[in-house]
Design a protein around this ligand. Structure first.
Ligand code: ATP
Ligand code: MG
Length: 182
């Protein structure tokens, strides 16, 4: 499974529809300071709901909506990720899986919606699907600035937990612990 394409609509600095293609093996993004490179990573964390332990560098979810115009800013932002799922790492029988998230600002507050292949789902549903492909909020599928230094200064035990998480062992440890407690 890999990301084929990300589509941004009014997300952070992307004030119009922007499509970014990704490759199977390796993609680098380069550009001047402030051009939106990190906003692309924020977009990935936003769609996949992986931001619980990280930051999207925004105080409120509605700060993620493009606000670059002086008048008439959009009231919603949407990011869509297209995954290649030919290896069926995500447990659905589709070669392509599309996960999308939208945040909408209204006078009475904000709303956040998740879609999995066009169907409205909850954040928990997205997490459950992604966990099958070993993508989790606690995992290191996305390595943020500063994570590397943090990992270097961890104790051996803490580092071991990360390896367990990546290897998929942690899931069984959690299940075992739950079973023993029953
Ligand atoms: P660097 O090389 O310094 O890390 P970068 O390419 O990672 O830069 P980003 O941090 O992705 O840049 O982009 C920052 C830009 O995004 C800033 O100019 C900021 O004003 C803009 N930005 C952030 N949120 C919004 C928003 N809601 N509406 C419009 N622009 C925004
Ligand atoms: Mg950056």
């Amino acid at each position: 499974m890999y990301i084929k394409k990300i589509e941004f609509l009014n997300f952070k600095s992307f004030g119009k529809k922007v499509k970014i293609p990704f490759f199977d093996d390796f993609t680098t993004i380069s550009g001047p300071n402030g051009s939106g490179k990190s906003n692309i990573i924020d977009g990935i964390l936003f769609v996949l709901g992986l931001s619980s332990s990280r930051t999207l560098r925004a105080e409120k979810l509605t700060d993620l909506i493009y606000n670059g115009e002086k008048s008439k800013n959009p009231d919603n932002a949407q990011v869509t990720i297209y995954f290649d799922n030919k290896d069926r790492e995500l447990p659905v029988d589709n070669d392509e899986v599309v996960i999308s998230r939208k945040v909408r600002s209204t006078d009475s507050g904000y709303y956040s919606y998740f879609y999995f292949n066009g169907k409205s789902v909850s954040l928990g549903d997205v997490h459950n699907y992604l966990a099958k492909a070993r993508v989790t909020p606690e995992g290191y599928n996305v390595v943020m600035q500063g994570d590397v230094t943090r990992i270097i200064t961890m104790t051996a035990g803490e580092r071991r937990k990360i390896i367990d998480e990546i290897a998929g062992v942690a899931e069984f440890d959690n299940k075992k612990e739950r079973a023993l407690n029953e």
